[in-house]
Design a protein around this ligand. Structure first.
Ligand code: HEC
Length: 190
């Protein structure tokens, strides 16, 4: 009996919280997808719910707060260094089961890259290694939504897929002029 009550309470709470993000009309439409679908949908984190409601195009008046909240999620390596070991970063970038960056981005010397995201070919040679470029690259990888709200790119640090140190290794892979990424031709490069 207690279990049932707890489950009921949890469900009521989930719906009550969801009410803040979805109108009655929207909730009704969501429920037409079935019970399991509705539970997953209304159980979204608030930021994901916001993206869903606005079909990944946030209205301008919501952007400042959204960007600020996403920025606040970013954590940095304890060492303070945003460029780690490019060899380790390459192993992460090119592993389908790890970061899988190449599936969306062209530029890897090991795998033919995809075109879901922009080409990163010779990224470090084009952008340089300034503190601003290091920070931008680190932050985009840690939480892409801090720059591109609702983008499909995984939010590697914010979602706990990579540690800050691993992200710094990937930053080095992209930026270090000695890295294979910048010295070897990208697969498929013309
Ligand atoms: C699911 C696809 C996807 C994956 C996986 C992905 N990205 Fe992206 N990435 C994107 C898209 C799309 C953008 C462009 C943002 C936008 O406009 O929505 C982007 C943008 C970027 C940018 C900014 C590019 C610029 O020109 O300033 C960098 C850097 C980047 N990604 C690096 C990475 C790295 C490194 C990884 C792996 C750790 C990765 N991405 C994984 C889709 C992806």
């Amino acid at each position: 009996m207690r279990k049932v009550l707890v489950a009921l309470f949890a469900l009521a709470l989930a719906f009550a919280l969801a009410q803040r993000y979805f109108t009655e009309e929207e909730l009704k439409r969501i429920e037409t997808g079935g019970k399991a679908y509705a539970e997953v949908f209304v159980g979204q984190r608030p930021d994901q719910a916001l993206c869903s409601i606005h079909r990944n195009r946030l209205p301008a008046d919501l952007l400042p707060k959204f960007l600020e909240e996403q920025r606040a999620l970013i954590k940095y390596p304890a060492s303070g260094k945003l460029m780690g070991d490019w060899r380790k970063g390459g192993a992460i970038f090119n592993d389908l089961r790890k970061a899988n960056c190449f599936s969306c981005h062209f530029g890897s010397p090991e795998h033919l890259g995809g075109d879901v995201g922009p080409s990163l070919e010779k990224y470090g040679l084009k952008r340089g290694q300034s503190e601003a470029v290091q920070r931008y690259t680190y932050e985009v990888i840690y939480n892409s939504w801090a720059y591109f709200p609702c983008t499909v790119m995984y939010r590697f640090g914010a979602q706990g897929l990579l540690t800050p140190e691993e992200i710094a290794d990937v930053v080095a892979y992209l930026l270090d002029p000695e890295s294979d990424f910048n010295t070897k031709p990208a697969v498929g490069s013309k």
